[in-house]
Design a protein around this ligand. Structure first.
Ligand code: FES
Length: 155
C-alpha cells in the first residue's frame, strides 16, 4: 500500500486554510465536517490544525493585527508600538476588542525587516511605525465606512 502521507498532509493543510479563510477560524464543528467529508480521522484533522500556528481555534475580530516582535522590529521599537495598540484599542495580546473590530497578535518576523518596526492588518503591511502613525492607522480602520474594509495604505 502506498502511503502518500505528505500529499495527504498538504491537501489537509490546504483544506484547513480554505475553511479558515471563510470563517476566520476553525471551530470544532468545522474540523468534524472536514473529517467527515475527507475521510481523514478527526484526530488527524485536529492534530494538524493544532500543530500549525497559522490555524486559529477561536474567532477573531474583523481586522487581524499582527505586530512583529522579531529582532529588527524589537531593536527599532516594537515595544512602543505594542503599547500604542494596547492602550489605544484597550486590548490584550491574543484578544478581540470589545467592539469586535480588531484582534491583536504578536508574531515573529513578517519578512519586511527593512520596514521595522512593522505590523500587518489583514493583508496590508505598515512599516517604519511610530506611536503616532500607529494610532492614526488604527483610527482609519475604525472610521471606515464599510466595517472591516481596509483604508488606503499609509506611508
Ligand atoms: S523583524 Fe520585524 S519584519 Fe523582520
Amino acid at each position: 500500500m502506498n502511503c502518500n502521507c505528505n500529499n495527504n498532509n498538504e491537501n489537509l493543510i490546504a483544506i484547513l486554510q480554505k475553511a479558515q479563510e471563510e470563517s476566520g477560524w476553525l471551530s470544532r464543528e468545522t474540523l468534524e465536517r472536514i473529517a467527515e467529508e475527507t475521510g481523514i480521522t478527526l484526530a488527524k484533522v485536529i492534530g494538524v490544525a493544532t500543530f500549525y500556528a497559522q490555524f486559529r481555534d477561536k474567532p477573531i475580530g474583523k481586522n487581524l493585527i499582527l505586530l512583529c516582535q522579531g529582532t529588527a522590529c524589537h531593536v527599532n521599537g516594537s515595544a512602543e508600538i505594542e503599547a500604542a495598540i494596547r492602550e489605544h484599542l484597550k486590548v490584550e495580546e491574543g484578544e478581540i476588542t470589545a467592539d469586535g473590530l480588531f484582534t491583536y497578535n504578536n508574531v515573529a518576523c513578517l519578512g519586511c525587516c527593512s520596514l521595522a518596526p512593522a505590523m500587518m492588518i489583514g493583508d496590508k503591511t505598515y512599516g517604519k511605525l511610530t506611536r503616532e502613525s500607529t494610532v492614526k492607522i488604527l483610527d482609519e480602520y475604525v472610521g471606515c465606512a464599510v466595517p472591516g474594509a481596509p483604508p488606503p495604505e499609509v506611508d
